[in-house]
Design a protein around this ligand. Structure first.
Ligand code: SF4
Length: 358
């Protein structure tokens, strides 16, 4: 869910937390992304369907509530049954004053000194519950809200629960990790150190899987260096359980990746047209379909003069089709391809090009 304007939001602790990328906070402030993308809006609507006692047919962000969202919401409601706090803003000043956020649900028992933080994830990509940075921070915020001093955390037991209905892998869609209050104290120190480095002028960039949702991804030199290696990895054969759900989920990922890559390629080709050169690529002129230069009547008259039928039922046949009927040089005098920008082709050594020649 939205974390307001917290600089050190728990929802992005996957990127700035311990052993992750300290520079990600300042990089993303410089290069903010589209918080309102399609997936984000769908996730926001799914959260509304799950956390509102009586959700309407349209979420506040305008996205219609689907039957799938309602079905999946039951999983969250069961897991969060009895939670005292739903979408309650929590602060973590023991980590940093700029660290606060809103967990989906918190259930606690002060007498038994147990605490559970439950978060709803609507994406397909696996979210690890094990020492989940976002949930660890929420647990600290919940104990702070319950007025439990950091020194007294050691008496508590903490459970971190991820509810992810659209994850179709081998593990359960509801996954829990239990940790002791003593372990949480250790994590507090690590998060406080990470928070300090994240806001320092000398914050380091550290690449890893956490960068895939970083809005600075396209502007980050460290990530750029990693992209080639990632593509090599994507080119390997994968194996795993094959079910209608896993195939459907992977097809969704692939369709999205293809769309993103195609959009990126189109954008780069448009930019390339104005660049004097593109390193490693040759700029080849791109042309549209061969079309008649003359009006239809003139083309039909040409057919009559040549004794061939250049007429289609309603209009002339294409110049390419006409070239099969008469000398191509004649058609070339009457048809041309409109210029359509440039296409990027991989550069090949001269001897290889010669080898391609008939
Ligand atoms: S893209 Fe990766 S390395 Fe670069 S700032 Fe973001 S998280 Fe850090």
């Amino acid at each position: 869910m939205s974390e307001g304007h917290a600089r050190l939001a728990p929802s992005s602790a996957e990127q700035w937390g311990p052993d992750r990328c300290p520079a990600s906070i300042q990089m993303q402030e410089k290069h903010p992304g589209d918080d309102d993308g399609e997936a984000a809006r769908e996730g926001e609507a799914a959260h509304y369907a799950a956390t509102e006692p009586t959700p309407g047919p349209i979420a506040p962000n305008g996205v219609p509530i689907t039957q799938e969202m309602i079905d999946h919401a039951r999983l969250f409601r069961d897991a969060a049954d009895g939670a005292q706090w739903v979408e309650q803003r929590l602060h973590m000043p023991m980590v940093h004053a700029e660290c606060y956020g809103t967990p989906d649900a918190v259930r606690y028992d002060e007498a038994a000194r147990t605490l559970e933080v439950i978060d709803y994830k609507y994406g397909h990509g696996y979210v690890d519950h094990w020492h989940n940075p976002q949930l660890l921070l929420y647990a600290m915020g919940a104990l702070h809200e319950l007025l439990v001093a950091v020194d007294d955390w050691r008496h508590w037991s903490v459970t971190l629960t991820i509810v992810q209905p659209r994850y179709y892998g081998a593990e359960s869609p509801v996954r829990t990790h239990h940790i002791t209050g003593i372990a949480l104290q250790t994590w507090r120190v690590r998060f406080a150190t990470a928070a300090g480095e994240a806001l320092s002028p000398s914050a380091r960039t550290v690449t890893g899987g956490w960068g895939r949702y970083c809005s600075a991804l396209l502007h980050c030199e460290a990530a750029r260096k990693m992209q080639g290696a990632a593509l090599d990895y994507a080119d390997t054969q994968q194996s795993g359980p094959v079910t209608p759900d896993t195939v459907g989920a992977e097809m969704t990922h692939i369709a999205r990746a293809l769309r993103i890559l195609k959009d990126r390629q189109t954008a780069l080709e448009a930019v390339a047209a104005s660049l004097p050169r593109v390193t490693g690529w040759a700029k080849e002129p791109k042309y549209g379909r061969l079309a008649w230069n003359e009006p239809d009547e003139a083309v039909l008259a040409l057919g009559d003069a040549l004794g061939v039928a250049l007429a289609a039922p309603a209009k002339p046949i294409t110049p390419t089709q006409a070239k099969k009927l008469v000398d191509a040089a004649v058609i070339d005098a009457y048809a041309s391809r409109p210029y359509a920008g440039v296409r990027l082709e991989p550069e090949r050594p001269a001897e290889q090009r010669l080898g391609d020649m008939p």
